[in-house]
Ligand binder design. Structure first.
Ligand SMILES: C[S@@+](CC[C@H](N)C(=O)[O-])C[C@H]1O[C@@H](n2cnc3c(N)ncnc32)[C@H](O)[C@@H]1O
Length: 184
């Protein structure tokens, strides 16, 4: 359980760096294990590691996995989920840069999303990185009825007066990071 929470952000980062969401999307239909292994230019003999990796991510809601039979052999296919659709490049809702940023510094323990609204981005970050303290900072009237959970919290205030302390400050527009400043 602990190891799984630790591995999740790392595997998510690798999946983005390997371009797996884009490979599946460009394939236009669920991709088989052998097709994915070939697209990744990995020796077929190492396909079992790719399958283990994809199974872990599927277990964490990043991909859908289907294990069936075709003719007399096992056929494994992978598809995108709503979560991995948010990692597709070239879309205006791409969270890939956010994930790569969040995994870039292992010593980063907290972020504050200034003008974070109702916390759409922060909730995604909180789900992917449950150990990271995630503060959404917005005007008091915007956050007054919003409740956080675990490491997600909502703080009301005026950014022109002061903002909560955190290792990094982000400003987002939709799911694009417009500004990052390191408080450390
Ligand atoms: C363009 S929206 C961006 C919202 C969110 N980051 C997003 O992309 O969906 C700007 C946000 O800044 C907040 N805001 C405006 N003035 C502010 C201030 N003085 N202090 C804190 N937040 C403020 C607004 O309430 C609004 O939620």
């Amino acid at each position: 359980m602990q190891a799984s929470a630790h591995l999740r952000p790392i595997c998510l980062k690798w999946a983005i760096q390997l371009g797996i969401p884009d490979i599946i999307s460009n394939h236009d239909k669920p991709i088989t294990l052998s097709e994915l292994v070939s697209a990744l230019q990995i020796p077929p003999a190492k396909g079992c590691f790719v399958h283990r990796f994809m199974r872990f991510l599927a277990h964490n809601g990043i991909f859908d996995i289907h294990e069936g039979q075709e003719d007399d052999h096992e056929l494994i296919t992978y598809a995108l989920t709503p979560a991995s659709k948010l990692l597709l490049s070239g879309t205006d809702h791409c969270l890939a840069s956010m994930v790569l940023f969040t995994t870039s510094d292992p010593d980063m323990n907290s972020i504050v999303d200034v003008g974070g609204g109702t916390g759409t981005v922060a909730r995604f970050i909180n789900e992917a990185f449950p150990k990271l303290e995630c503060n959404v900072f917005d005007l008091p009237e915007v956050v007054e009825n919003l409740t956080g959970a675990n490491n997600l919290s909502f703080v009301g205030g005026d950014m022109f007066k002061s903002i909560p302390q955190a290792d990094a400050v982000i400003y987002t527009q939709g799911t694009n990071i417009l500004l990052i400043s390191f408080g450390k």
